[in-house]
Design a protein around this ligand. Structure first.
Ligand SMILES: *[C@@H]1O[C@H](CO)[C@@H](O)[C@H](O)[C@H]1NC(C)=O
Ligand SMILES: *[C@@H]1O[C@H](CO)[C@@H](O)[C@H](O)[C@H]1NC(C)=O
Ligand SMILES: *[C@@H]1O[C@H](CO)[C@@H](O)[C@H](O)[C@H]1NC(C)=O
Length: 388
C-alpha cells in the first residue's frame, strides 16, 4: 500500500514538474521539485522520510522472522535425528548392550568389518540376539557372566527358560558346556535308533508303534502319507517339537532325513535324539525356521502346535512352514488340540487362509474328557500347492 501511494505521488510530481518546466534537464527531479516556487515540499519530504522509516522497519521485521524460521528448522532437524536414533533396532539394540557384562557386548557386536571386503553387508556386523532379551536384561547379564575359556555354569534349564521368554537366539558364549558324567560313545546305526538309552528315565517304548499303522482317523500311517507322493520324492524334512526323535527314526528307516526341533522339557531330549544318530535342533516355536524357502519335502508336528499358541503367532508359524516347504511339499499336522468352539471359528479359516491344499482332514473328540469339555483334536495332511 505504502509503496503504491509513494509511486503515485512521485509520478504525479514528475508529471507536474515536466509540464511546468519543459526546458529543464531531468538529472535530479526531487531537488528540482524543492526549487519549485509555488510548491511547499517540506511535508512531502517528511512523509517520504516516514515511509522510508516504515520500509526499514518492515525489512528488519522480515529479517527477524527469517531468523526465527531458521532456528525452528534446526529444531525440527534435531528432533527428526532424535526420533531416528530411537527407532527400534537402532537405539534399542544399543540399549540392549548398556549395563551388560563386556562378554555380552563382545558377543552381540557391533564389530567393524574390513573396509572394502564386504560390500554386501556394509561396515559393521551384529550377532543375532533374540528381541525378547531386551525385556530380560538382568537374566541376560547373568547368562553372560562366566569365566572365558573355562567350563560354563550348569545353567541349561535357566538358559532354556530365557529362550522361552523370547530371548532366542541366545548370544554365543566362549566357555565349554559341562560334559555329561560317565559319557559313553554312541552306538552305531541303525541299532542306535532303538537302543535303550543309558538314562532310562525317558519312557519311549509306547512310541515304537506310532505312525506304523493308519487308524483311518486322527492317527495317520507313515506309509499312507508317503504314498500321496511319488516314491522317493519325500527325502528331507523337519519335525517340529519332535520330543525324542522317534518320528525322525521311523522316517530314516524309509530313507527320509528329518531334522527334529526339541526343547529339553523334563528330560535331555536333544542329547537323546543325538544318541540315536539323528539331528536335534534346539529351537523353540518362536523362532523363524532356519531353512531357506521352497526347500523341504515334508514338515511334521505332533501335539506341539495347539491352541496354547496365541492366534497371531500361530498364523506366522503356519506361514513359515509354508515358506520352507517346497511346492508340492507335505505338512503333516498330527493331533492339533483345541475346543470345539475354536475349531470352525478360528482354525479352519486360518489354515485355509495360509493357502494349503487339504489332502486329508480328520477331527475327533478327545477320548478321556472331550465330551464334557468340548475338547477336540484334528489331524491334517496338507500340501503346499504348485502354482502354475
Ligand atoms: C529526512 O531524513 C534525512 C536523513 O535521515 C535528514 O537529513 C533530513 O533532514 C530529513 N528531512 C526532513 C524534511 O525531515
Ligand atoms: C533305503 O535305501 C537303501 C539303500 O539305498 C535301500 O536298500 C532300501 O531299500 C531303502 N529303503 C526304503 C524303505 O526305501
Ligand atoms: C465344524 O463344521 C463342520 C462342517 O461345517 C461340522 O460338521 C462340525 O460339526 C463342526 N465342528 C464343530 C466342533 O463345531
Amino acid at each position: 500500500m505504502l509503496k503504491i501511494v509513494f509511486l503515485i505521488i512521485v509520478t504525479n510530481l514528475i508529471t507536474l514538474y515536466i509540464f511546468t518546466t519543459p526546458h529543464s534537464n531531468l538529472d535530479h527531479p526531487l531537488s528540482r521539485i524543492s526549487q519549485l516556487p509555488f510548491f511547499d515540499i517540506k511535508p512531502l519530504l517528511l512523509k517520504l522520510n516516514a515511509t522510508q522509516d516504515q520500509l526499514q522497519q518492515s525489512h528488519s521485521r522480515i529479517e527477524n522472522l527469517q531468523t526465527q524460521l531458521n532456528s525452528a528448522h534446526h529444531l525440527l532437524e534435531s528432533l527428526i535425528d532424535h526420533l531416528n536414533d530411537n527407532r527400534p533396532g537402532v537405539a534399542s539394540y544399543a540399549g540392549l548392550l548398556d549395563d551388560l557384562p563386556d562378554e555380552a557386548r563382545l558377543a552381540a557386536g557391533p564389530h567393524m568389518l574390513p573396509l572394502g571386503n564386504t560390500p554386501r553387508i556394509g561396515s559393521e556386523i551384529y550377532a543375532s540376539v533374540g528381541g525378547g532379551c531386551l525385556n530380560h536384561k538382568q537374566d541376560l547379564a547373568k547368562y553372560m557372566s562366566y569365566d572365558v575359556g573355562w567350563v560354563c555354569p550348569s545353567d541349561d534349564v535357566f538358559a532354556q527358560i530365557l529362550m522361552l521368554k523370547g530371548c532366542e537366539p541366545l548370544p554365543r558364549r566362549k566357555c565349554h558346556p559341562p560334559q555329561p558324567k560317565n559319557y559313553a560313545e554312541p552306538r552305531p546305526l541303525p541299532g542306535s535308533m532303538w537302543a535303550t538309552p543309558h538314562d532310562t528315565s525317558i519312557v519311549w517304548d509306547p512310541e515304537k508303534s506310532r505312525w506304523q499303522y493308519d487308524n483311518g482317523g486322527l492317527d495317520f500311517g507313515m506309509e499312507q502319507v508317503l504314498a500321496t507322493k511319488a516314491p522317493g520324492s519325500v527325502r528331507i524334512g523337519l519335525d517340529i517339537g519332535g520330543g525324542s526323535g522317534t518320528f525322525a527314526a521311523r522316517m530314516r528307516e524309509r530313507n527320509v532325513t528329518i531334522v527334529t526341533t526339541s526343547m529339553n522339557f523334563d528330560g535331555p531330549f536333544n542329547s537323546f535324539i543325538a544318541s540315536r544318530g539323528l539331528i536335534p535342533m534346539h529351537v523353540s516355536i518362536s523362532q523363524r525356521f532356519p531353512f531357506f524357502e521352497n526347500t523341504l519335502d515334508i514338515v511334521h508336528s505332533m501335539h506341539v502346535l495347539s491352541n496354547w499358541i496365541p492366534d497371531p503367532m500361530l498364523e506366522f508359524v503356519l506361514y513359515d512352514i509354508y515358506r520352507v516347504l517346497r511346492p508340492g511339499g507335505l505338512f503333516w499336522l498330527d493331533r492339533f488340540f483345541c475346543f470345539g468352539s475354536q475349531l470352525n471359528e478360528t482354525y479352519v479359516p486360518m489354515f485355509d487362509r495360509v493357502g494349503f491344499r487339504r489332502l486329508r482332514w480328520n477331527t475327533g473328540m478327545k477320548l478321556d474328557r472331550g465330551i464334557q469339555k468340548n475338547e477336540w483334536y484334528f489331524s491334517a495332511l496338507l500340501e503346499k500347492p504348485i502354482l502354475t
